[in-house]
Write a protein that binds this ligand. Structure first.
Ligand code: ATP
Ligand code: MG
Length: 211
């Protein structure tokens, strides 16, 4: 179970408080959508759920563990084991090949390198990134980078997938491949949370958090 309780967050003491004490549970086996206008906190909520930021008040629980009581090492371990994060801007490591970028998601979760690379190749092919795997992120398109970011999140078959506007840079056909993968992951039991402006995705979701 993934959830937030009485969640509040400020980037700085002087900045606006976000979420106003939000409590919500995100179900396994379903797709939840976080919607709202630009600046309403969609990305921030996903970073909090992904244990990349710490709440100003309230708590986040992942796999029924309340993250607020954990030390840094335990938070990192919980994140590596359970969470696949698809960043809004892909956030790939520019110094490494696309194959290494994807495989890294598996290495962090404790997978042997051979297994991580095998899975990485399968995912890149599935998502139509038919480029030489030794290419680097600076040498591919924005839409390809977004799909590489999705592969990196999926490589360890995480129980929680957090996807920040995963179809933002994609044409209709690539977007439908990505959405099908996210819905398939939910069908296989994962907890999937997507932030989006896309009203078609909002309408298809099992659950909506409107910010
Ligand atoms: N690193 C930061 N430092 C200070 N304020 C920030 C930071 N990142 C975001 N903010 C502010 O926090 C608020 C929420 O931002 P966030 O990126 O979560 O919004 P969003 O809903 O994802 O927007 P978009 O649809 O444009 O991606 C905004 O007011 C934003 O300006
Ligand atoms: Mg955002």
């Amino acid at each position: 179970m993934l959830g937030v309780s009485d969640l509040r967050f400020r980037y700085r003491r002087s900045s606006e408080e976000l979420f106003g004490g939000l409590s919500h549970g995100f179900s396994a086996g379903g797709v939840s959508v976080v919607s709202g206008p630009s600046g309403s906190g969609k990305s921030t909520l996903l970073y909090l759920l992904g244990l990349l930021l710490t709440p100003t008040a309230g708590d986040v629980s992942v796999d029924n563990v309340e993250a607020g009581g954990l030390g840094d090492g335990e938070r990192s371990a919980l994140r590596a084991r359970h969470i696949g994060f698809v960043f809004q801007d892909a956030a790939l490591d520019q110094t490494r090949t696309i194959l290494d970028n994807v495989a890294e998601g598996g290495l962090y979760a404790g997978m042997p390198r051979g297994e991580a690379e095998r899975r990485a190749r399968v995912l890149l092919e599935r998502f139509g990134v038919d480029l030489p795997p030794e290419r680097r992120p600076g040498e591919i398109s924005g839409g390809q980078a977004q799909r590489v970011g999705l592969c990196r999140a999926l490589v360890k078959s995480p129980s929680v997938i957090l996807a920040d506007e995963p179809t933002g840079n994609l044409d209709a056909e690539s977007a439908s491949v990505v959405l099908r993968a996210l819905w398939d992951a939910a069908g296989a039991g994962a907890t999937v949370v997507i932030s989006t402006h896309d009203q078609q995705i909002v309408a298809a979701a099992d659950d909506v958090v409107a910010l």
